[in-house]
Design a binder for this molecule. Structure first.
Ligand code: NAP
Length: 294
C-alpha cells in the first residue's frame, strides 16, 4: 500500500480554486496530474512538479482519485459524461459548487458509472487553502472520506456530514445565506451613516467588532429554536425588537429600507399573530412558514 503522500491524484479544473487545491497536493508530495480546458493555467504547477494531461480522459486514467473543481454543475457533466466508462472503479471528489439536488444527481450519476463519490463545499477563498482558516464540508461516500481524510486535510479542516451527497452543498449554502444577509446589513448601515459624512471604511471599523460580538447570541437563539418554546424567560421580546424606528430612520436618510424592512416583516408577522411578548427567536417561525402558506 502506498503511504498517503504516494497516492497518485488527478485534478480537473485549474481555475483560481482548482490551482490552489492542486498546489497543496503537489506541495505535500502527491504525484499529481492536472488538466484544464484552456491551456496555460498549469505552468506554475508544472514548475512545482505536477504533470499535465493533454485531455481530461488522460487525467482521469492516470489516477484512482480524481478531484473535480470546475465552474458549475453543467461544466462537470460536460467534462465527465464522455468519461463515464473510464471512471468505473475510481473515486471522484467533486468540490465544484452545486445545489444540493445537483450534488445528489451527480452522486447518482457516479454510482451508475461505478465510481465512488464524495461531494465537497469549500468554505474558503483560494488564498486560504492549506491554512487553518479554511474549512471544507463533505457528504456522500463515508468510505471515501475516511480513506482520503489525510489528503482532504491538506486543504483545510475537513468535516463529514452524511451519506446524502446533497448535505455538504446544503450546509455550504446555509452558511453563505447568513454571510450575505450580514454583508447586506453592513451595506445598509454604511448607507445609513453616509449622509452624516462617515466613510464606509470608518463604519466598517465600528461594525466589525460589534457584529463579531453579536454572534455569541447564536447559541442561545439556537437553543430556544430547538426547544420550540419562545416564552422561555430572559429573551428579548418581539415587541421590544420592533424595527419601526430603524425603518423610519433609514427612510429619513433617503435610502432604501429593503434590508431592514425584510427583518421587520419577519417580526411583524409574529406580532400580528399574537406572539409579541415572545422571544425574538420566533422570527424563525416566519421563515419556516412562508407568508404564502400561513
Ligand atoms: P474560476 O477561476 O472561474 O475557474 C473555473 C474553472 O472551470 C476553470 O478551470 C475553467 O476552465 C473551468 N470550466 C468552466 N466551464 C468549463 C467547461 N464547460 N468545461 C471545462 N472546464 C470548464 O473559478 P474558481 O474560483 O476556480 O471556482 C471553481 C469552483 O470552486 C466553483 O464551483 C466555485 O463556486 C468554487 N468555489 C470557489 C471559491 C473561490 O473563492 N474562488 C470559493 C468556494 C468555492 P477554463 O480555464 O478553460 O475557463
Amino acid at each position: 500500500m502506498p503511504t498517503t503522500n504516494d497516492l497518485q491524484v488527478s485534478a480537473l479544473g485549474l481555475g483560481e480554486m482548482g490551482r490552489a487545491l492542486a498546489e497543496a497536493l503537489v506541495k505535500a508530495g502527491h504525484p499529481t496530474t492536472v488538466w484544464n480546458r484552456s491551456p496555460g493555467r498549469a505552468d506554475a504547477l508544472l514548475a512545482q512538479g505536477a504533470r499535465e494531461a493533454a485531455t481530461a480522459g488522460d487525467a482521469v486514467r492516470a489516477s484512482g482519485l480524481v478531484v473535480v473543481c470546475l465552474l458549475d454543475h453543467p461544466s462537470v457533466h460536460e467534462v465527465l459524461d464522455p468519461l463515464a466508462a473510464d471512471l468505473a472503479g475510481r473515486t471522484v471528489v467533486n468540490v465544484t459548487t452545486t445545489s444540493p439536488d445537483q450534488a445528489r444527481e451527480l452522486a447518482a450519476w457516479a454510482a451508475e458509472a461505478g465510481a465512488a463519490y464524495l461531494d465537497g463545499g469549500i468554505m474558503a477563498v483560494p488564498s486560504m487553502i492549506g491554512t487553518p482558516g479554511a474549512s471544507i464540508l463533505y457528504s456522500g461516500s463515508s468510505a471515501v472520506f475516511e480513506e482520503h481524510r489525510a489528503l482532504l486535510d491538506l486543504w483545510g479542516t475537513s468535516t463529514y456530514h452524511g451519506a446524502d451527497a446533497g448535505l455538504a452543498s446544503l450546509y455550504d449554502l446555509a452558511l453563505l445565506a447568513g454571510m450575505y444577509v450580514m454583508f447586506a446589513g453592513f451595506a445598509h448601515g454604511a448607507a445609513m451613516v453616509a449622509p452624516s459624512g462617515m466613510k464606509a471604511r470608518e463604519f466598517a471599523a465600528m461594525a466589525a467588532p460589534w457584529q463579531a460580538a453579536m454572534t455569541a447570541a447564536f447559541d442561545g437563539l439556537g437553543e430556544v429554536i430547538d426547544g420550540g418554546d419562545y416564552t422561555v424567560p430572559g429573551q428579548q421580546s418581539l415587541l421590544f425588537s420592533d424595527l419601526g424606528d430603524m425603518v423610519d430612520a433609514s427612510a429619513a436618510q433617503g435610502i432604501s429600507t429593503e434590508v431592514v424592512a425584510m427583518v421587520q416583516n419577519l417580526i411583524r408577522r409574529q406580532i400580528d399573530a399574537g406572539h409579541g411578548e415572545e422571544g425574538f427567536a420566533r422570527i424563525y417561525e416566519s421563515i419556516r412558514n412562508p407568508a404564502a402558506r400561513a
